[in-house]
Design a protein around this ligand. Structure first.
Ligand SMILES: CC(C)(COP(=O)(O)OP(=O)(O)OC[C@H]1O[C@@H](n2cnc3c(N)ncnc32)[C@H](O)[C@@H]1OP(=O)(O)O)[C@@H](O)C(=O)NCCC(=O)NCCS
Length: 251
């Protein structure tokens, strides 16, 4: 479905994955593929992460949480040049996690998202970033849900799409909105209809909000059957896509 609109070239990251100030790196990781690594991933989690993992009712959710957070630590540690278990986090008022201030490389910013066995993590230097991934589920993409979460302008744009493109348009809109609120750290602290994103498949992604000059929005394809979006501060940055499951290329 989304495959015909935009495809994303996921590559093996160089080791270490150095990031320039004009780049945002987006990582993806298939969480079910990492079962054998699970004990090692769990071992590097902080006590509060282990305790959150222990509260999931369904074992599969617990596995995904442990894998996503363990992999996130390994990715961040590769930028920070430190052991993964030593990465410290701090949390904003709306619970957005950030690298702890006591790390010398605290200009590194990140955002994490996971959905149905796939995690994506965006990493930036010196700019705020938000990322979102969603499994494309046609049963979710109804007008009632759009009515509840999308702005009038977004709903009008959705209705302009041919019926066979609406599910795709719905998830482009959903992920862009989520990535924006995650970049701003505001979570559910702002009404979802207080800003508009443009959701036409294949078109540049625009934002209508009081702070629209501050951000750039991009959609990407995390994997077949998923939609993804990244929102970064500033205008002149480029995306690199790294596939965690391919490992790190040795120089
Ligand atoms: C965090 C939030 C922004 C997104 O959560 P989500 O889509 O359910 O889940 P995602 O997997 O994409 O993101 C979760 C991660 O975001 C990060 N996060 C948590 N709070 C955050 C915040 N305020 N800002 C940015 N990132 C945040 C965490 O790393 C979290 O991972 P963890 O739960 O494993 O620790 C949350 O506020 C939310 O529930 N939003 C829903 C808004 C909505 O109703 N959208 C409808 C469609 S537009």
């Amino acid at each position: 479905m989304t495959d015909r609109v935009f495809s994303t070239d996921w590559r093996r990251a160089p080791a270490p994955p150095r990031i320039r100030e004009n780049e945002i790196h987006v990582w993806r990781a298939q969480l079910d593929a990492e079962q054998a690594l699970l004990p090692g991933l769990e071992a590097i989690l902080a006590p509060e992460e282990k305790s959150r993992a222990g509260r999931f009712v369904f074992p599969r959710d617990r596995v995904h949480f442990v894998a996503a957070h363990g992999i996130l630590r390994i990715i961040l540690a590769s930028y920070l040049s430190m052991p993964a278990k030593d990465v410290m986090f701090r949390y904003g008022p709306q619970k957005k996690p950030a690298i702890g201030l006591d790390h010398s490389e605290s200009t590194v910013r990140f955002s994490l998202s996971h959905s149905h066995g796939l995690a994506v993590c965006a990493v930036a230097r010196g700019r705020e970033v938000g990322v979102d991934v969603e499994a494309i589920r046609p049963e979710v993409a109804g007008e009632d849900i759009a009515e509840r979460f999308f702005s009038p302008r977004e709903r009008a744009e959705l209705r302009l799409l041919p019926p066979d493109r609406r599910v795709e348009g719905f998830f482009l809109c959903w992920t862009l909105k989520e990535a924006y609120i995650k970049a701003r750290s505001v979570g559910l602290g702002i009404p979802l209809d207080s800003f508009d994103v443009s959701l036409m498949p294949g078109q540049p992604k625009g934002l209508i909000s009081p702070d629209s000059d501050r951000w750039t929005l991009r959609s990407f394809q995390p994997a077949p059957g998923y939609a993804g979006a990244v929102v970064g501060e500033g205008k002149n940055w480029e995306l690199r896509y790294w596939d965690w499951n391919l490992g790190l290329a040795q120089k």
